[in-house]
Ligand binder design. Structure first.
Ligand code: AMP
Ligand code: ZN
Length: 119
């Protein structure tokens, strides 16, 4: 069924606590944890607890949880005190754009200079 946990999904396993993660925040619908290979002093992933392959698919299926995800990304930035200097929320979508885990996730990046446009 749409949104159900997938047995072969790394992030579903983190939600199920089968794989450990450094959790920063948790809500009824979302989980935020530090990226295992950080690209900035703040690099946190915010994921929905439901499984959808990417952000746009999640948004089409569940606008409320998508809003929860974005709100939590902002809370993560505030918690790490990078909201003042600025931060970036990234949704890599598709393997050509660098998506490697096909469970929707927001990267929250901050704490260093962020070039625009990104590579
Ligand atoms: P993406 O390449 O946009 O799909 O992002 C996937 C992210 O998940 C990468 O930045 C990885 O470093 C990160 N990642 C992979 N495995 C783990 C893990 N076990 N715990 C935390 N982050 C992870
Ligand atoms: Zn999943």
């Amino acid at each position: 069924m749409a949104g159900e946990p997938q047995a072969d999904c790394l992030f579903c396993k983190i939600i199920a606590k089968e794989i450990p993660a450094t959790v920063v925040r948790e809500t009824e619908t979302t989980l935020a944890f530090r990226d295992i290979n950080p690209q900035a002093p703040t690099h946190v992933l915010v994921i929905p607890k439901v499984h959808y392959a990417d952000a746009a698919t999640l948004a089409a299926a569940d606008p409320q949880i998508t809003a929860d995800l974005l709100r939590e990304a902002g809370e993560v930035a505030a918690g790490d005190e990078v909201d003042g200097t600025g931060y970036r929320i990234v949704f890599n979508t598709g393997s050509g754009a660098g998506q490697t885990v096909f469970h929707a996730h927001a990267h929250v990046l901050g704490g260093r200079g962020l070039n625009w446009p990104p590579g």
